[in-house]
Design a protein around this ligand. Structure first.
Ligand SMILES: Cc1ncc(COP(=O)(O)O)c(C=O)c1O
Length: 356
């Protein structure tokens, strides 16, 4: 089955095989070595400059994100949430669930966040400590202007927390240079690992600041995980086999290089979009707002998502439904994972046959 949903993705045979490296107790030195290897490779891939730490945590991306959100804000201070899709709304829900006061700036799902509004909101409210934004809004495939948001957040002396769960290794992001303070990712999207581990990348100074704040939860307390990792262990049982797969997937990524992976995804997206236009399909977002890894298309008249999905699945391809308000009018095609141009050519042929 070729997965054209935005994660979990098709992985290489090499990554699948890594899960069979053998049974291992997470309290043994071999796991300490594996943990250290994953931490170092995450830093080499995504934070080669500056003094950063990487904190892999067992769980899906939501867990790592909630760990970051619930650990990042001091009691009595606020989080500003940049919201132009489902995942921005999810950050707001997390903050509010943990009794963190929020200020929410909203844009329509097809619009990019505007740094000037972030800047104005920060000037108006000194209680805002952290700004949270989604790099790549998987809802639509929209790429937010993180570099420009990072500039205004840095100028205002606040902290930028980025959900790059579907962005890292698919779209460009330079954590140190763009003024990001905390960034969240996951193993099973553009990094091409297996689901079950998320991670947080943080400036060391940010991790030290968070360590001084009162914990809001037990499992999700990010500094607790980091402190254990510094002692070469984990606070709770880790998904050992998923760590094996992530370790291998990071080797593949470092061999391909992050820039090479981003370019491969950009090429795949161009190939698909050229094909979509040839088939007369309408792409939801204008070109300059699109990410490298998801295309949202309007459902053509005379078909439903389920009939298109089922026809393509019979041919071996999984596409993805439109989310929320786009549910009945759009569908998504992702190009994440260990796939090649022949897979996309074959998909376009099958799509042509499946369309009315
Ligand atoms: C931008 C973004 N944030 C958060 C998540 C949640 O990740 P998970 O499903 O791994 O919990 C996703 C998943 O698609 C995502 O795309």
């Amino acid at each position: 089955m070729i997965l054209l949903n935005p994660g979990p993705v098709n992985v290489s045979r090499r990554v699948t095989d890594a899960m069979a490296r053998g049974d291992l107790c997470h309290r043994e030195p071999e796991f300490s070595d594996l943990l250290e290897s994953v931490r170092q490779k995450l830093l080499r891939a995504f934070a080669p400059a500056g003094d950063w730490v990487a904190v892999p945590i067992t769980g899906s991306g939501t867990l790592a994100l909630e760990a970051a959100v619930s650990s990042a804000v001091s009691a009595g201070r606020k989080m500003l949430v940049v919201q132009n899709g489902v995942y921005g709304a999810r950050i707001r829900e997390m903050a509010e669930t943990h009794d963190i006061d929020t200020v929410v700036l909203e844009w329509p799902w097809t619009e990019r966040a505007e740094p000037v509004r972030v800047s104005e909101a920060l000037a108006a409210d000194p209680e805002i400590e952290v700004v949270a934004a989604v790099h790549h809004e998987t809802t639509t495939g929209l790429r937010n202007p993180i570099e420009a948001i990072g500039r205004v957040v840095r100028d205002a002396g606040r902290v930028l927390l980025v959900d790059s769960i579907s962005g890292l290794a698919g779209d460009p992001i330079e954590l140190d240079a763009w003024g990001v303070g905390i960034c969240v990712g996951v193993a099973n999207k553009c990094i091409q690992g297996i689901p079950g581990v998320g991670f947080v990348l943080a400036r060391r100074t940010e991790m030290e600041r968070m360590a001084g704040l009162a914990p809001r939860t037990v499992y999700l307390h990010l500094p607790r995980h980091h402190a254990a990792h510094e002692k070469h262990t984990v606070p709770f049982t880790a998904a050992v086999q998923v760590f094996y797969a992530l370790d291998e997937a990071l080797d593949e990524l470092l061999e391909e290089t992050v820039a090479g992976r981003v370019e491969r995804y950009a090429r795949a997206a161009r190939q698909l979009r050229t094909g979509f236009e040839r088939l007369g399909l309408e792409i939801l977002l204008p070109e300059e707002r699109r990410s490298n890894s998801i295309t949202t298309l309007r459902l053509p008249a005379g078909t439903t998502y389920s009939s298109l999905h089922d026809a393509l699945k019979r041919d071996g391809f999984v596409i993805y439904e439109g989310q929320g308000q786009l549910g009945s009018t759009a569908f998504r095609v992702a190009n994440m994972g260990a796939l090649g141009s022949a897979d996309f050519d074959r998909f376009l042929e099958c799509l042509e046959r499946a369309l009315p």
